[in-house]
Write a protein that binds this ligand. Structure first.
Ligand code: NAD
Length: 216
């Protein structure tokens, strides 16, 4: 995630953006519990966070806490959603309709209040023209420029083999997406008009292995 730009304000650090995203996700559980206001202390206790850090992060968002009471949950969710750019649905397209690409296209996490996968792209003639399990269409990668414009896609996900990833990412950037999420173990970009984020779950496995080794 990149730092969030807010007109007239300093940029939020990447770490703060991550904490605020986690906080927003946690808040999604509160209203159904009948909780209308919440203090930073209660938030911290409930979600295993640090109260001082929560207050500091939320102070960046302006004055909207109620002294002695805390924050109205609905206001807090709306403000966080707006700051993090999650207050509207962004269209996502995925290049590489293999195991990972189709799993992501069908996952609830990629199809919720903030994101929707509109299409998969591939070069395999056996897949093109078909659909994922939940019905996301699989189109030929040559259709990327037209489809990205038509669908208004802002984010492109790369789930092709590593050797194809730089080309797939460039095709997405050239087609006009503003964010590229790359799952392939390859260097892609940089691009002048699209931010690149890389996901490598293997690194987490390796870090677990280090902990396990240290623990004996
Ligand atoms: P897969 O072989 O099941 O799928 C790859 C798909 O890409 C195939 O459908 C293939 O036809 C398509 N493809 C190949 N070249 C293409 C191109 N130029 N344009 C469009 N489509 C093209 O592979 P998978 O298991 O889904 O893995 C996909 C990628 O994700 C690999 O690079 C893999 O290393 C990576 N991966 C990353 C993580 C992670 O943690 N980041 C985890 C699993 C897999």
């Amino acid at each position: 995630m990149t730092s969030a730009a807010r007109p007239g304000k300093e940029r939020l650090s990447e770490a703060a953006v991550l904490r605020l995203s986690l906080l927003l996700r946690s808040l999604a559980h509160l209203p159904t519990d009948g909780v209308e206001t919440v203090s930073s202390k209660a938030l911290a206790e409930r979600f295993g966070m640090n109260a001082a850090q929560i207050r500091k992060d939320l102070a960046h968002l302006g004055e909207f806490g109620v002294r002695g009471v805390g924050y109205r949950v609905a206001d807090l969710r709306a403000r966080l959603g707006s700051i993090l750019g999650l207050d509207r649905v962004r269209v996502v397209v995925i290049v590489g309709a293999g195991h990972l690409g189709q799993a992501l296209a069908d996952s609830g996490n990629f199809n919720g209040e903030s994101f929707r996968v509109a299409a998969l792209f591939d070069v395999d003639g056996r897949k093109v023209g078909g659909r994922s399990r939940t019905g996301v269409p699989i189109l030929h990668v040559d259709e990327l420029p037209r489809s990205v414009a038509e669908l208004g896609a802002e984010i492109g996900v790369v789930t092709v083999p590593a050797g194809e990833a730089p080309r797939a990412a460039r095709a997405l950037a050239d087609a006009g997406v503003r964010g590229v999420l790359n799952f392939a173990p390859a260097t892609v970009g940089p691009f002048p008009a699209a931010t690149v984020k890389n996901v490598d779950l293997t690194l987490f496995l390796e870090s677990l292995a280090v902990h396990l080794s240290a623990a004996g």
